[in-house]
Design a protein around this ligand. Structure first.
Ligand SMILES: [Zn+2]
Length: 296
């Protein structure tokens, strides 16, 4: 096996959100913003796995989750990981106006800055939702001082996608400043685009195909995880006693879906960490941006 410095580089990230907040809001529970019962355990599991593999990741932090769990944001930063921004309210970019998107970004960024004193340089849209309906999102990101975006996911599952300028990291055309794009890993075969970068797909693909697909996806392709995907404890919606039967069934369905996707993600990640060099998006951005500034 190649020594670590010769291995192909992939970018490791976590979309840091509280599954319980999102599922409670979706099923219509009134107290959905309250901190969920599992995120602390899920975060510790992630941090200990990353320590075991000797890797650092970019955590794209959701503002509303950071306000519910301020201590966890501190834990992540203290463990040496990069803090990025996942927006504030987890509303798809494509259904927001340009002004709503800018204020959602600012609210999240201010929360992260207040908690850590650090300004995130990178952004990932909820559900990769920068699409044909929101091409202005890149201009807003650059205007708001972000250096890179990590939202491009060239898969048929993202509706109305913007045509990717390049499958690898590239500079985006923006009105002011510069903005880099780091797309999620996609394996392009002659007939198919296989989304090999997300842990939610790792349960349905054989491990050797995932490893091969990541090689074919090319250097500096992006991986994304969610905190619940590596936690051995099963998810339960844990709605309050006031929840209606319909809300309970909806919560159970959401949990079952997520539990199916979760059951072997840690093993797949271990195999990936053994064969690839995993770095943060910030490290990748620093390498590319300094190379671009120095010229060819
Ligand atoms: Zn998300």
């Amino acid at each position: 096996m190649a020594p670590p410095e010769d291995r192909q580089t992939l970018l490791l990230s976590v979309d840091f959100e509280d599954w319980h907040q999102l599922v409670r809001r979706r099923v219509g529970v009134r107290e959905w913003q309250a901190p969920g019962p599992a995120l602390a355990r899920q975060t510790e599991r992630l941090l200990s796995l990353f320590d075991e593999f000797g890797v650092r990741a970019t955590f794209f932090i959701l503002g509303m989750t950071a306000r519910a769990h301020p201590e966890l944001v501190g834990r992540i930063r203290a463990a040496g990981h990069e803090l990025g921004c996942h927006g504030d309210a987890h509303v798809p970019v494509a259904v927001q106006t340009r002004q709503q998107f800018a204020s959602d970004l600012r609210r999240a960024r201010e929360t992260i800055e207040q908690l850590t004193g650090e300004r995130p340089a990178g952004y990932r849209a909820p559900a990769f939702s920068i699409t044909g309906a929101s091409p202005w999102a890149y201009d807003v990101l650059a205007d708001e001082g972000f250096s890179y975006d990590a939202s491009e996911h060239d898969t048929p599952l993202v509706g109305d996608p913007l045509a990717p300028a390049s499958p690898g990291p590239h500079r985006l055309e923006v009105d002011h400043g510069t903005l880099w794009e780091f797309p999620v890993a996609v394996w392009r075969t002659r007939r198919l685009r296989v989304p090999v970068g997300g842990a939610s797909y790792w349960s349905v693909l054989p491990e050797r195909l995932i490893l091969r697909g990541l090689r074919e996806a090319g250097p500096m392709a992006g991986l994304y995880l969610h905190p619940h995907e590596l936690d051995p404890t099963r998810l339960r919606a844990q709605l309050s006693a006031a929840a209606k039967p319909g809300q309970r069934v909806h919560g159970l369905l959401r949990a079952t879906q997520r539990n199916l996707a979760r059951w072997r993600a840690a093993d797949v990640l271990r195999a990936i960490a053994g064969r690839y060099r995993l770095i943060t998006y910030g490290e990748a951005h620093a390498q590319l941006d300094s190379g671009a500034a120095a010229g060819p």
